[in-house]
Design a protein around this ligand. Structure first.
Ligand SMILES: C[S@@+](CC[C@H](N)C(=O)[O-])C[C@H]1O[C@@H](n2cnc3c(N)ncnc32)[C@H](O)[C@@H]1O
Length: 260
């Protein structure tokens, strides 16, 4: 699998070059501890596991909700992150998850709804530059586009678009129809999330990903009804990402979604 494509090479090189160290009393002993091995096995078996779940088969419990977890357990403000000097509103868990997905999926298009200062778009574009074998495009959408910093606008893979997401008719259909797949869509605008989903779903193909940040954790009627719509549209939750650090330890509870 892509996520662990070079893992075996490590063990092969260890056994070939440092066989003594690979025993339980060498440094291999630390790597082979039952806990470490469980983690490695989870990565190696990810392609064959039951990682994809129907929304209706999941509950909405979260081991820690990262945005509130920071207020209880770390210094307040520790999550007010910056990226290359710009604001980025991502939790440390999600900052660790997205690069894995970008590496695994190799998206040719990343669509971000909600640009803020452009820091997160810049981070996605930098990740794409480093992690994707074929470079693609990052398109970031926001109503208050004047807040986007010049430094973000300079990135060659990144474009910003002004749009009021409260009406999906404002999307540029021609632009969307021409964007290469696979797609990774991140909804971080929190505006009409299910009508935006229904609209963009028309452009997504099998294997594309759609991540909805923040709103799902409320699990109210609107969210439950919306996730029924998502299930009917053929999306499954990729629990490899939602549960990587504990059940739904992400800002996108049950909402790392892969189109079947
Ligand atoms: C949570 S912030 C985005 C944070 C950013 N993605 C990050 O990770 O740093 C939400 C964004 O949604 C934008 N927004 C609010 N209402 C909007 C609307 N009607 N249409 C488009 N964007 C909107 C806001 O301007 C804000 O930048």
């Amino acid at each position: 699998m892509k996520l662990a494509s070079e893992h075996q090479a490590f063990w092969d090189a260890g056994h070939k070059n440092y066989p003594d160290q690979m025993r339980s009393d060498g440094f291999g002993g630390q790597l082979f501890s039952p806990k470490a091995l469980d983690g490695i096995k989870a990565v190696l078996s990810a392609d064959h596991s039951d990682r994809f779940a129907r929304p209706s088969d999941r509950d909405w419990m979260s081991s820690i909700y990262p945005w509130t977890g920071d207020q209880r357990a770390t210094k307040i403000g520790a999550l007010a992150k910056t990226y290359r000097g710009l604001i980025i509103y991502k939790t440390p868990f999600d900052l660790a998850l997205y690069p894995r997905l970008i590496w695994e999926l190799q998206p040719r298009t990343i669509l971000e709804l909600g640009s803020c200062q452009g820091g997160s778009g810049l981070w996605f574009a930098d990740n794409m530059s480093v992690l994707c074998e074929r470079l693609g495009e990052v398109h970031s959408f926001d109503l208050y586009i004047e807040l986007v910093h010049e430094n973000a606008k300079k990135h060659p893979l990144l474009s910003f678009h002004q749009i009021d997401l409260s009406d999906v008719a404002n999307f540029d259909e021609k632009l969307l129809a021409g964007l290469p797949h696979p797609w990774l869509v991140i909804d971080d605008a929190h505006v009409q999330i299910f009508s935006v989903f229904s609209y963009l779903n028309k452009f997504l193909v099998s294997g594309d990903y759609y991540v909805i940040e923040d709103n799902p954790v409320f699990a109210n009627k609107e969210i439950i009804d919306g996730f029924q719509l998502i299930e009917r549209a053929g999306y499954l939750i990729d629990t490899y990402y939602t549960d990587a650090f504990g059940t739904n330890v992400t800002c996108a509870s049950n909402a790392w979604l892969r189109k079947s």
